[in-house]
Design a protein around this ligand. Sequence first.
Ligand code: URA
Length: 246
Amino acid sequence: MDTGERLQKTLARAGYGSRRACELLIDAGRVTIDGRVAGLGNRVDPEISEIRVDGLLAPTAPNLVYFLLNKPAGVVTTADDPQGRATVLTLVNTSVRIFPVGRLDMNTEGLLLLTNDGRLAHLITHPSSHVSKEYLVRVVGDPSPGSIRKLREGVELDDGVTSPAQVSRVSEGVLRIVIHEGRNRQVRRMCAAIGHEVIRLVRTRIGPISDATLAPGQARQLSLGEVRKLMEAVGVARDDNSTIQS
Ligand code: URA
């Protein structure tokens, strides 16, 4: 393509470093445009060209937005609540029609992604995506090492045994739990299964995305580097048509 934007400019905007760093990526043969290895001097249309780096799709489409919200308790995750309760959308200042990626229970706090990128949202929430989610959990009582081991190995819930989880005791009655599944009320049900009701539940990380400085109720746009890491985490991979199907 003779017209369009220089590939290194598009890549730099998509979070791959300086234009010079992007030229080096191109020169090393690590970038493809619509399936063909790119060369220095190539131009692209970021709206339509499929650009990949090391086989992974690059987030170059310009009209997609990605927000990270620190959801406070008492706000519902749905885009539209028939009962008229406050929704997470009221906390994000944008005129773009976005939607939450997955959901947190009304009383769960912490990180929630919102976007208009249906494809990435689907990939993150799909059961086979394996994007890890980390929670800080305060429970009634203080789980014993045996109970914590059960959480790690998998507990029986009414929709089946949970997959292995990373679980550590932070302090008395406080656990850090990392799961890769996204079942409804999963952490609350896992803790109930070992006899410890959840008092407070906060999501502190979604895959590579965390932000301890984001105050409850605040939202910010993800940096392009963060979007790229997220895409890598969901494995928007060599042949993404074959990785995850709905
Ligand atoms: N697990 C839960 O129980 N609730 C959430 O909101 C998220 C994970």
